[in-house]
Write a protein that binds this ligand. Structure first.
Ligand SMILES: CC(C)(COP(=O)(O)OP(=O)(O)OC[C@H]1O[C@@H](n2cnc3c(N)ncnc32)[C@H](O)[C@@H]1OP(=O)(O)O)[C@@H](O)C(=O)NCCC(=O)NCCS
Length: 148
């Protein structure tokens, strides 16, 4: 598996992946407009074809994971962790922290993030719909006393 920068021509594949992975997928148009925002960086996990992707928004020294998804046929083989770790390794010198929201019911994602040092820092009430659920706010701090 390799990790590469997302190319604009690959956005339709990402939209298909979104449909397979989320109850409220991003449309191709929303992915395209997010891709064109210079603050946002998108990377793909490739095994012959795109099997997963991650989007991160960088604002000064703050990083926010927009989305991470792996094709259902390719889960449980380390691609999700490799994508998040790729962002950590590539941006840890530049960022004070990396943050994200996740459904408390998403046990696999929670295990992934906690294994990479993300900690719960808050909760947003009724953040998700379909089904309605709170969001846990997780953060990984870099180069600070909060890191542990
Ligand atoms: C969350 C997601 C990206 C994980 O991708 P993945 O490639 O399957 O994850 P990995 O194989 O890298 O595994 C990551 C961790 O989750 C754990 N895990 C993987 N599959 C699991 C399963 N079926 N049950 C419990 N834990 C599991 C593993 O233990 C692993 O940690 P470890 O190897 O350090 O022990 C993927 O499940 C997905 O696309 N889900 C739908 C979209 C989504 O929920 N995205 C996250 C939004 S915040």
């Amino acid at each position: 598996m390799t990790i590469d920068k997302l190319k604009e021509s690959e956005i339709p594949q990402i939209a298909e992946l979104e449909k397979l992975c989320f109850s409220k997928p991003w449309s191709e148009e929303s992915i395209k407009s997010s891709f064109k925002n210079a603050s946002n960086k998108f990377f793909t996990a490739i095994e012959n074809d795109i099997i997963g992707y991650i989007g991160v928004s960088i604002s000064a020294d703050e990083g926010y994971i927009l989305n991470v998804a792996v094709h259902p046929d390719f889960r449980g083989r380390g691609a999700g962790k490799a994508l998040v770790n790729f962002v950590i390794e590539n941006y840890k010198e530049k960022l004070s922290f990396l943050t994200l929201e996740v459904r408390p019911s998403n046990i696999v994602a929670l295990k992934l993030y906690s294994s990479l040092g993300f900690k719960k820092v808050g909760e947003r009430k009724n953040y998700y719909s379909n089904p309605l659920e709170n969001a846990l706010l997780l953060t990984k701090y870099f180069n600070s006393e909060k890191e542990n």
